[in-house]
Write a protein that binds this ligand. Structure first.
Ligand code: TYD
Ligand code: MG
Length: 452
C-alpha cells in the first residue's frame, strides 16, 4: 500500500486522524476535519543545533527600503490597493460569481501591458478562446500578456518559474488543485495548499500575484475565510447583479488603508470607473416628490450621497406591512416607533416601504434622520426642497445625535449643489462652509418643522 502523505486534522482541537470523520472523536465537534499534508518533524538533538539566522534588532537601526509599486493606471483600483501593486505581494480578489472579477483583472492586464510589464494570466475556468473573445470585447491586446489554461498546481508553478513574469493572475483559486492532496479542488485543504505554494513563489521571485476567489453562499471565501490571514491584501468586489455599479473594497491591506473603496460601473465594454459616485447615485432622482430625501453615508473615507425613498399607503389588512430595502429593517421599525410616540403620527393604518435608491446597502445610523423625514414626507404627502440634505443619528427619545466626519459630508453635498443641510446641533460647531446653509437641530420635531 502506498504510504499516506496526508492526514485529517480537526480544526477545533487539532486531533489527528488517518481517515475523514464527520465528528471529531476528541472534541465531538461536527464537520471539523480538514485534510492536510503530513509534515515530517526533525528531531532536534539540542538547542545548540539551531542555526541563528535572525537577530533581534533595535527599531531605530532597521533600514527601511521603500516598497516598489506598479501603478495600474486604473485610479479606483490603485486607490484601493493603497497606491498601486506592491512588488511580490499576494492579493486576494473575492466576490460573488459573475460580479466582474475576471473582467477587472483582464482590464488591469491591458494597462499593465501598455507599460511593458509582463503579465501571466492563469485560468482554470475559461478556455483560451473564451478569454480571447472577452479580451477582444474589452479591447485588451497587449503583447506582454501570456495566457495559460491549467488547473494542476505543479504545472502552473513550473510555468511561473520558467516565464518569471512581473505579475501573475490566478483565476480562480477554487479550480487549481495540488496532486499531493486527495480532496477535491476548491476544498479548504486544497485552496490553502495552493495559496501557500503561490505565496512562496511570489515572495521568492518578487512576483505580484492576484488570486481570484469565489465567495461561497455563506459569504466567505472558500469556506471559513481560510485564505485571508495568508495573503497581504484582501479585496472584495461587491454589488447587486441587477444594478450596474460595483464597489471594490479593501478588507485587509498590509500596504495601505482599508478605508478606501473603488466604484465601477459594468458597461457592455467592461468596467468603467465612476470618479464621482454621489452624482451617479443621484441621477434620475425625482424632484418635488413626497417621500424622497437625500442623505449622506460614508463608504470608507469617501462620502456618498444617497436617495432615501419612503412610501406610506393605507393598509387593506389588519396588520400593516413594513418593508425595508437597502437598509436595516429593524432600524426602520424603530424609527417609525419614534415618529408615532414622539410626534403622534398614526402610522399603524399604513403599509410602509423604505428603499435606498440605486441598490446600495447602507446600515450607517447617519441615515436615520433622512429615513424619518422621508417617512414623514410621504405620510403628510408634502415634498421636501430638493436642495436640502438631511443627516443625523436618531435616538429613542427622538433626539438627533452627532455623526462622524460631518464636515466631509457637508463639503460633498455642497459640491453637488445642495444649499441647505440639516444636521445635529452637536455637529454644527466649528463648521463654516461657504455656499451651504448648515442648520443644527436637537430633535426630530425641529427637523420636521424646518423641512415642512
Ligand atoms: P466576470 O468578470 O466573468 O465575473 P467573475 O469573474 O466575477 O465571475 O463577469 C461576468 C459578468 O459581467 C457577466 O455576467 C457579463 C458581464 N459583463 C458585461 O456586462 N460587460 C462586459 O464587457 C463583460 C466582459 C462582462
Ligand atoms: Mg471569472
Amino acid at each position: 500500500m502506498a504510504k499516506q502523505k496526508t492526514v485529517y486534522i480537526c480544526q477545533e482541537c487539532g486531533n489527528e486522524s488517518a481517515k475523514w470523520m464527520g465528528q471529531c472523536s476528541a472534541c465531538k465537534q461536527w464537520n471539523t476535519y480538514v485534510e492536510e499534508i503530513k509534515v515530517k518533524t526533525r528531531n532536534r538533538a539540542s538547542n545548540n543545533d539551531i542555526e541563528i539566522k535572525n537577530k533581534p534588532q533595535k527599531l531605530s537601526t532597521i533600514a527601511m527600503n521603500k516598497e516598489k509599486r506598479i501603478l495600474t493606471n486604473i485610479s479606483e483600483l490603485d486607490r484601493v490597493l493603497g497606491g498601486g501593486i506592491v512588488n511580490g505581494s499576494l492579493t486576494l480578489v473575492g466576490g460573488d460569481p459573475g460580479i466582474g472579477k475576471s473582467t477587472l483583472l483582464l482590464q488591469m492586464c491591458q494597462t499593465l501591458c501598455a507599460k511593458d510589464i509582463h503579465v501571466l494570466y492563469i485560468s482554470g475556468e475559461e478556455s483560451l478562446g473564451q478569454i480571447k473573445m472577452r479580451a477582444d470585447r474589452l479591447g485588451v491586446n497587449g503583447e506582454n500578456l501570456t495566457l495559460y489554461t491549467e488547473t494542476n498546481l505543479t504545472l502552473c508553478t513550473n510555468v511561473i518559474n520558467d516565464l518569471k513574469p512581473s505579475v501573475v493572475i490566478v483565476d480562480s483559486i477554487q479550480t487549481i488543485y495540488s496532486d499531493e492532496i486527495t480532496s477535491a479542488a476548491g476544498s479548504v485543504s486544497q485552496v490553502r495548499e495552493v495559496t501557500s505554494s503561490l505565496m512562496k513563489i511570489a515572495k521568492g521571485l518578487g512576483i505580484s500575484t492576484f488570486i481570484v476567489g469565489h465567495v461561497t453562499k455563506e459569504g466567505s471565501i472558500a469556506g471559513p475565510r481560510v485564505l485571508e490571514h495568508m495573503v497581504d491584501t484582501v479585496l472584495y468586489f461587491e454589488g447587486v447583479r441587477s444594478a450596474s455599479y460595483r464597489i471594490l473594497r479593501a478588507v485587509k491591506n498590509r500596504f495601505g488603508s482599508t478605508n478606501e473603496i473603488g466604484v465601477f460601473e459594468m458597461r457592455d465594454k467592461g468596467l468603467e470607473e465612476v470618479p464621482n459616485p454621489s452624482e451617479y447615485m443621484l441621477t434620475g432622482r425625482p424632484i418635488d416628490c413626497a417621500g424622497s430625501i437625500v442623505s449622506c453615508c460614508m463608504e470608507g473615507s469617501r462620502p456618498m450621497l444617497v436617495e432615501v425613498q419612503a412610501l406610506m399607503s393605507s393598509t387593506n389588512f389588519g396588520m400593516p406591512r413594513r418593508n425595508a430595502t437597502g437598509t436595516d429593517y429593524n432600524r426602520v421599525v424603530l424609527l417609525m416607533a419614534v415618529l408615532e410616540k414622539k410626534l403622534g403620527m398614526q402610522l399603524a393604518s399604513y403599509d410602509s416601504y423604505v428603499n435606498i435608491a440605486g441598490g446600495l446597502k447602507v446600515t450607517e445610523p447617519a441615515l436615520d434622520l433622512g429615513i424619518i423625514c422621508a417617512i414623514a414626507s410621504s405620510f403628510k404627502n408634502i415634498s421636501v426642497d430638493p436642495k436640502t440634505i438631511i443627516m443625523g443619528e436618531v435616538g429613542l427619545t427622538g433626539e438627533v445625535r452627532g455623526i462622524t466626519m460631518a464636515e466631509k459630508r457637508i463639503i460633498e453635498s455642497k459640491k453637488l449643489g445642495f444649499k441647505k443641510c440639516i444636521i445635529s446641533k452637536a455637529n454644527v460647531k466649528g463648521i463654516d462652509i461657504e455656499g451651504i446653509e448648515v442648520i443644527g437641530v436637537e430633535n426630530v420635531a425641529q427637523a420636521l418643522q424646518i423641512i415642512f
